[in-house]
Design a protein around this ligand. Sequence first.
Ligand SMILES: *Cc1c(COP(=O)(O)O)cnc(C)c1O
Length: 416
Amino acid sequence: MHYFNFKKNNLYCEDMKVEDLAKQYGTPLFIYSSRTILEHFLKLEQAFKEINPLICYSVKANSNLSFLKLLTSQGSGLDIVSGGELYRAKKVKCPGNRIVYASVGKTDIEIEEALKYGILMFNVESVPELKRINTIAKRLNKQAAVALRVNPDVAPKTHKYITTGKKENKFGIDMDTVKDIFQKSKKYSNLNLIGIHIHIGSQIIESKPFVEAIQKIKILIEDFKKQGVGLEYLNIGGGLGITYDNETPQTAIEFADKVLPLLKQISLKVILEPGRFIAGNAGILVSKVTYIKDTPQKNFVIVDAAMNDFARPSLYSAYHKIVAIKNNKKKRKDGKKADIVGAICESGDFLGKDRELDVKEKDYIAVFGAGAYGFSMSSNYNSRPRAAEILVKDKKIFLIRKRETYHDLIKEEIII
Ligand SMILES: *Cc1c(COP(=O)(O)O)cnc(C)c1O
């Protein structure tokens, strides 16, 4: 679901014509629909209303401050994975008691900053990290709230780079070690072990792996209850898939229908960490055609966006729908397919391959599903200034990140 639709052969974001936005702000340009962002958040909130969970939007999916502000002012918490993301959370004044912090490599400084801000809890991924947080909390004379991230060893059938809940992944702690930690919890004088966390992967389009993981965790939690371990929270992570091509992912309601019965039996306060589900289809990347390079084999549509702006196709071979924003005729007369590529000196630099797309120089194209893991993964590779970002609210447009300049590229560098 999203608010990017064609009206009379022109692509619109909510009530704004994308072509006008591209002309006004230049390309490459990320355009986000606030209505889409908020509706996704509300859908999840509604679906889980019965148990009133804390929804912590996963900052790494799209970390723009205005994007975060939009969600936190709606009551969302934040799921962070670095000190930089904590800094962003502070900038939008997200209350500490709505922040959860996961990462396999939290540094001492990051732990200290999070403790000082008073986050709700750390999602801890290893025994050495547990020890470290305890030591730092002791030094600061604080109690650190902790959930153990359990690796439930389930296969979510998604890309191997975004599978996180299998034994061989670097994430989380195996069940036996988790049990052991709780048995020795007295060792950790400055920790409150209050929760269990799972996050099994990303772009998961069916409920089964989630159910399987929660069932495994349920057994663990029931064991703990028998032993008198006082847990308060169960964090079931993020990972809900979206439609990029013709996938039919579970809806929020379908997901809730499957997992709510289990969650009610477990009866702990539930935390959700959606990223892609909220942001993915709430954004497009608009780019202008620089050249059409016709070769005997193929038609290369060379555009002004590239893998530095949008890495997902190169990194995960991810499919993203690509359209012409005006008169989107698909088939070329000669029937030749197009590769939509950037200007970067890498053969892996493409946005789409073997597409039916009939465009000419100076036309604009839009890459759909670019709201999550789009700008937040972008870089300056090939010394390309990063794109601008705008947020549309009905008929209003907000520039939420200026296009970088050449000066931005070099401003921290020192010529010796
Ligand atoms: C990335 C991440 C998420 C969000 O994943 P999505 O697939 O975008 O929903 C949630 N929790 C943790 C711990 C993450 O690392």
